[in-house]
Design a protein around this ligand. Structure first.
Ligand code: ADP
Ligand code: MG
Length: 725
């Protein structure tokens, strides 16, 4: 069944060639119990390793079941070992951190057995080798004899026809040796057992063939007991460890060594933190850049602002505004969107301030008080605004003039806000003043035309509100009387139309009165001479014509991170949206682009450096694991299997560390615990970016496990054992 023809194996070490075995000829059969003896260094182990495919040979031919093996590749040897050979070693080569059960199970897992079969078989084997009591004991806690029993059970677990034992009792006392040999003999009927031993006398009673070696040569090869030779062997289908088992082993290995666990977690915590910090600070500076950018069209260029209007440019109803207010993460909604971007000038003899209307509602001020009446306002500034700090008291005692507003304005309060920089101001007006300002503002955006008695009014005129008028009523000045027959416009039609970017509107009004020198005072409470050509209409009609507020609004989100989410909700409600962030330009854009590219390169270098540092640390940690992977290999694991098991282990480490940090960040961001560093770093990170960090970890794990796996498989199994620390 197993035949060697002139097989030689040489060792190359430090440029010197040593012969392990020399032109060995041998034929062994199923059912034999072969005992190999010889002094130390005579080539016994070399012979066994060649027979069992743990090592290659240089010269000659080896046949298994008549098949020649000298052309075998790594993969063929793996298959060969899985089909034919189990090994028992002098120093057991168990996984010390695994229990008895897990050690035996490992052999079956490597060969793709399913869990149910494994459980039954492993328990049977544990009983067979008499370790019932130690089923869940870690291998490291067992005595030498017990360990070798586990090794025997493991060799039997996956039923190969050949069992190769290299000095199985070499590390045991004589009592344990006897019982191990007895056990070996008992469990290995019908198999080919090859044992190397010093313990000749004990074993001779079992031996069917005796081989004596010297200096790499076979001195004696003698059959001492005839056996019923049956060379019909059952060749099994070769199966690999399945996917689930690889995951299970990966996870098991994560936790089985406390020191390794702590070290690996520490490393991955560091990696996760530095990745998130780096990414976070990149996002932070990106955000700061955008704060410094400006927009030509929009005065209020808060990054938290999203402007919206309806896709068909129609009026936004009150219900729709109410719904928008209910969107999660919306801080506040401004209906009069234009007021966000309208600049107001107020000035006195010494002080000149231009600011935008403050659209949030104010409930308190930092200095002074809230406005009580129409001509009082609150100034909103940055706390560090030197000019305001300088004029301080004068500010409160000065009368200001505001464009198009007749009455003088007084500043009664100051509110500090970081939304403004050293040169920008907000003006908070009470409702009535706000309305007046908005009206003047709308007129700037709206063109109007009037038809009197079907004739277009060609003279210059203004349209103003008169609060005594009802809907559809108007007053006109007597100078327009020429447009009416017999100079009597009273009760005649006045058609006013307005047009804006949102379309045109038309109102049919009825002229209630024509005002002249005599009745102006009574009708309007004003001197006729001081009135330009003004058409007075009711407030309702005025708003119908000039109020643009319902066509476009702005929402301000609570947090920059919510921007996309809120925009999505608005889009799903059929609104056009514009994030103000996207409408800004930055005059330093080119430099910033270059700066960004440099930063990106630095980040990539950082990640690469991290990768290598991690790789080397992990390599050092895993050096002590070479024997583990050698054991897996000796039980039939391929490169792919080992890499996959290792990868699953490293991914588990990465995932635990990642989830730990993510939990801390979440708690910090919810203010349950206070870690300022995390809240600062993650201000602008969103879910996609967190996932990217995880992806980098996974890639790291894949690369590390692949490189490490390649390294292990670049040498033979026996060498892997040798490299153990
Ligand atoms: P035994 O098991 O009978 O003690 P070995 O098969 O281990 O003998 O060794 C046979 C010869 O090969 C010895 O001379 C030994 O020094 C040499 N040898 C064994 N393993 C190696 C190795 N990994 N590298 C170099 N020489 C080796
Ligand atoms: Mg040896």
């Amino acid at each position: 069944m197993l035949k060697l023809k002139n097989v030689s194996k040489y060792y190359y070490q430090d440029g010197v060639i040593a012969s392990g075995i020399n032109k060995v000829n041998l034929e062994l059969f199923l059912g034999e119990f072969v005992v190999i003896t010889g002094e130390s260094g005579s080539g016994k182990s070399t012979l066994l390793n060649v027979l069992s495919g743990l090592d290659t040979y240089e010269d000659g031919e080896m046949y298994i079941n008549g098949e020649e093996t000298s052309h075998y590749t790594e993969k063929d040897y793996l298959e060969y070992r899985k089909k034919y050979v189990s090994n028992i070693f002098q120093n057991f080569n168990l996984v010390n951190s695994y229990t008895v059960y897990q050690n035996i199970e490992l052999a079956m897992l490597m060969n793709g057995c399913n869990k149910k079969d494994i459980k039954k078989k492993v328990n049977e084997l544990i009983n067979k080798v008499g370790l019932q009591k130690y089923r869940n004991t870690r291998a490291s806690k067992l005595s030498g004899g017990q360990k070798q029993r586990v090794a025997i059970a493991r060799a039997l677990a996956y039923e190969t026809p050949i069992i190769v034992c290299d000095e199985p009792t070499g590390a045991l006392d004589s009592k344990a040796s006897t019982s191990i040999l007895e056990l070996l003999h008992e469990v290995s009927k019908d198999k080919l057992v090859i044992v190397v031993t010093h313990n000749k006398s004990e074993i001779l009673k079992y031996a069917t063939r005796l081989i004596r070696m010297h200096d790499g040569n076979i001195l004696e090869n003698r059959v001492v007991k005839e056996v019923n030779l049956d060379n019909q062997i059952e060749i099994k289908e070769v199966k690999n460890i399945n996917y689930l088992s690889r995951i299970r082993l990966g996870i098991r290995n994560t936790f089985n060594l406390v020191a390794k666990f702590c070290l690996m977690i520490a490393i991955f915590l560091l990696i996760v933190i530095s990745l998130i910090s780096n990414y976070g600070s990149m996002k932070n500076s990106e955000y700061e850049e955008s704060v410094n950018a400006y927009s030509e069209y929009f005065q209020n260029n808060s990054d938290l602002r999203i402007i919206f209007n309806k896709q068909d440019k129609s009026i936004i109803s009150e219900e729709e505004y109410a719904k928008i207010k209910e969107i999660e993460s919306v801080d506040y909604v401004v209906n009069n969107d234009l007021s966000n971007d309208y600049i107001l000038f107020i000035s006195s003899d010494n002080i000149f301030i231009d600011g935008s209307i403050y659209t949030k509602s104010l409930t308190k001020v930092d200095k002074g008080r809230l406005p009580d009446n129409d001509n009082e306002i609150v100034l909103i500034v940055n706390k560090n605004n030197e000019y305001i700090n300088y004029v301080n008291d004068e500010l409160f005692n000065t009368e200001f003039r505001m464009e198009k507003i007749d009455d003088p304005i007084k500043i009664v309060g100051i509110y500090y806000s970081d939304e403004y920089n050293d040169y920008s101001y907000g003006l908070y007006l009470n409702n009535d003043l706000n309305k007046k300002v908005l009206n003047t503002m709308y007129e700037e955006y709206i063109k109007s035309s009037a038809k009197l008695n079907d004739k277009i009014l060609n003279t210059y005129y203004e349209i103003k509100i008169n609060y005594n008028l009802k809907e559809n009523e108007a007053y006109i000045k007597d100078i327009n009387n020429g447009y009416c027959k017999n100079y009597n416009c009273q009760n005649k039609d006045l058609v006013i139309s307005t047009s804006s970017i949102y379309g045109t509107k038309e109102l049919n009004l009825n002229i209630k009165s024509v005002y002249d020198k005599n009745n102006a005072k009574r009708l309007l409470d004003e001197n006729y001479d001081e009135i330009d050509n003004v058409i007075y209409i009711s407030e309702i009609d005025y708003n119908k014509l000039f109020n643009l507020s319902n066509y476009q609004g702005s929402v301000f989100v609570k947090d920059i991170k919510d921007l996309n989410e809120v925009e999505k909700s608005l889009k799903s409600m059929n609104f056009n949206t514009l994030k103000l962030r996207d409408a800004k330009v930055n005059s330093l854009a080119i430099f910033e682009q270059i700066y960004k590219i440099i930063k990106l390169i630095v980040t990539i270098i950082l990640i690469a450096t991290l990768f290598f540092i991690t790789y080397f640390i992990i390599k050092i940690i895993y050096k002590s694991r070479n024997s583990y992977f050698a054991t897996l290999r000796s039980l039939g694991a391929s490169l792919k299997d080992c890499v996959s098991i290792l990868r699953n282990e490293i991914i588990t480490f990465a995932t635990i560390s990642y989830l730990f940090i993510i939990t801390l960040i979440t708690l910090a961001n919810k203010n349950i615990i206070i870690i300022k560093y995390f809240t600062d770093m993650t201000k602008y990170l969103n879910i996609g970016e967190y996932l990217l960090v995880y992806l980098i970890l996974i890639i790291l794990a894949i690369l590390i496990s692949y490189r490490y796996g390649r390294k292990i498989f670049s040498t033979s199994i026996m060498k892997n054992y040798g490299e153990r620390i």
